[in-house]
Design a protein around this ligand. Structure first.
Ligand SMILES: [Zn+2]
Length: 127
């Protein structure tokens, strides 16, 4: 299967974003889209970056597969930054660890790793 170069740009609200250039087949990228990725504390202590990989966060770079293959022999599959394929977790849906409900993206706070309701509750409890 042909490999292509992909640009990854994963926004995580006010924490910033994760960027990367990586090599993968179209199928590998297709499989990763919609999956939950866990990056850990990559944007600083306690940042705990989670989230679903959205289609518009991975864009194919126009570079012919022969060139991609040649450079991959030297650099491997990750050319710079973050390769989302290394961070994808099994598709379990986003379950809030506090209230155990499954959340959609709108309900999910990727900074705290909980649903917004629980994040808010926790913030209020600290006051
Ligand atoms: Zn919750």
């Amino acid at each position: 299967m042909k490999k292509y170069l992909w640009r990854f740009n994963f926004g995580c609200g006010r924490m910033g974003s994760l960027k990367g250039l990586f090599v993968a087949t179209e199928k590998e990228v297709e499989d990763a889209i919609g999956q939950e990725a866990y990056f850990g504390e990559v944007l600083g202590k306690h940042s705990e970056i989670y989230g679903t990989i959205e289609r518009d966060e991975i864009v194919k770079v126009e570079l012919d597969s022969k060139t991609v293959e040649k450079v991959s022999k030297i650099l491997g599959d990750t050319w710079s930054g973050y390769n989302p394929l290394h961070y994808v977790e099994e598709a379990t849906g986003k379950e809030c660890p506090a209230c155990e409900t499954n959340c959609c993206d709108d309900e999910w706070d990727c900074v705290t790793g909980m649903c917004y309701d629980c994040s808010e509750k926790e913030a209020n409890d600290e006051n």
